[in-house]
Design a protein. Structure first.
Length: 181
């Protein structure tokens, strides 16, 4: 992963008070192997490069964690309700990746299976306020505004094409280059 892109991503995230507040709130939950991921991170980067407010076009806050010792779905709902109480202006979705993906051994491994490369990015704020970045397919596509399907063996082209048609990202973020296989 490019150090330059990793530093730029951290700079973008640090500049957004609302994302930093969200990261601190998730950190307070003390979830194992957690990340704020997907649209919250992807859309913030795309907004940055389009000179839009970072809160534009933000649908939800995807929090993933990995806890194979407790795969009770109700636990995810409990964490969502805690976050909704702390930051009610955001729409939270919390998922234990140990429950979602039986072949993964960590949150980052699970993130590798998400449909398109710029979505496969997660950020964690550590206790010392440093960052851990999960980008199993790198940061090049995210930082260069390229949307393409994840590589084999993770790839599901029909899901990718469905998401591209449904999301219509290029209507909002006009600098995106969407690869259509």
């Amino acid at each position: 992963m490019s150090i330059q892109y990793e530093e730029k991503l951290i700079q973008i995230v640090r500049q957004q008070d609302w994302i930093m507040e969200a990261l601190k709130s998730v950190r307070d939950l003390k979830l194992p192997d957690w990340y704020l991921a997907a649209g919250a991170i992807r859309n913030s980067v795309w907004n940055y490069f389009h000179n839009f407010p970072s809160t534009s076009h933000q649908q939800d806050m995807d929090v993933v964690y990995f806890d194979s010792s407790n795969i009770n779905k109700e636990r995810e709902k409990l964490f969502e309700s805690i976050l909704n109480e702390k930051l009610p202006n955001l729409k939270w979705e919390v998922k234990n990746q140990a429950r979602k993906n039986n072949s993964a051994n960590s949150s980052c491994e699970s993130i590798a299976y998400w449909s398109e490369t710029p979505t496969c990015v997660g950020v964690r704020l550590e206790n010392n306020d440093s960052f851990t970045i999960c980008a199993p397919h790198g940061l090049d596509d995210l930082m260069n505004l390229v949307v393409k399907p994840i590589p084999q063996p993770y790839q599901d082209l029909s899901l990718y094409q469905e998401r591209i048609a449904e999301k219509k990202w290029d209507k909002f973020w006009t600098k995106l280059r969407i690869v259509r296989p």
